[in-house]
Design a protein around this ligand. Sequence first.
Ligand code: ADP
Ligand code: ZN
Length: 298
Amino acid sequence: MLAGIEAGGTKMVCVVGLDASHLFAQKSIPTTTPADTLPLLINFLKECEQRFEPITAIGIAAFGPLDIHPSSPTYGQIGLTPKLAWQGFNWVQTLQEAFALPVSVDTDVNGAALGEWRWGAAQNLDNFLYITVGTGIGGGGRVNGKLLHGRFHPEMGHIRIPHDLQRDPFPGCCPYHGDCLEGLASGEAIFQRWREKAQNLPPDHPAWELEAHYLALSLTNFLFTLSPQRILLGGGVMKQPGLLHRVRQKTLEYSGGYLPYLAAEIDQVVTRPLLGDLAGSCGALALASGCEVSKETT
Ligand code: ADP
Ligand code: ZN
């Protein structure tokens, strides 16, 4: 039996089971401080061991920044997050002390990508991205058949995109960059620009044309740099009816006819994830199963 934990900014979603279609139990635990959250999480896993069978490995898909390189002495450690209580917390060390088991850690978005690859909308794909448009924006995925890691880990929400200040005077809300992609197009940016929660803006509000514009600019950049077979767009903001269609149309427009396959395949290339709220925790289960053993080259 494996354990998978999606460690998010507001909650930890924990599952135990053999795989995504054989889950024995799941539990959501609020993310407060390590001192409060970890005992609840460890108790849940120990209870599961008593009710079912011993856990053999633990996978974690966590918010970052985070050390995801297994050969590093600080593997599993959280970096300079605005969630101050979690700065310096080490997932691998803490869970190995509690369970003496193999522990694998990756980013929340790589976890979700891995879940979608095993059981969801990216099965059998060697090149795809998973992008979440929620409170913030993040991206992960697989390139040439391996999870994308790099020197640190990708932070696709912080790419720079054109910002026409006449059309959109909002300066952006990223504390590091102002008007990066996340600063312009995250749920938080929508809220600050229009002073209204994204879910309350009607489908004909100008917010959605602008949102599709920014997301499509970023997708065009990702298509031209990484050449993914598919881009899965998840996160709360993508629940807006009609947004996905607008993003597809603008991505086609901005790529300028240069990619020969795109016009015929846009609906398959830019699409939704399938696993919904369980993508991250099931991806963490897949991390635990070692189906993706990260091999470092740097
Ligand atoms: P988080 O990123 O915090 O993990 P979500 O992926 O659920 O969580 O994203 C939350 C964001 O999604 C919020 O900014 C919220 O305003 C926005 N959101 C939620 N529902 C909708 C909706 N139906 N349409 C547009 N935006 C939505
Ligand atoms: Zn930024």
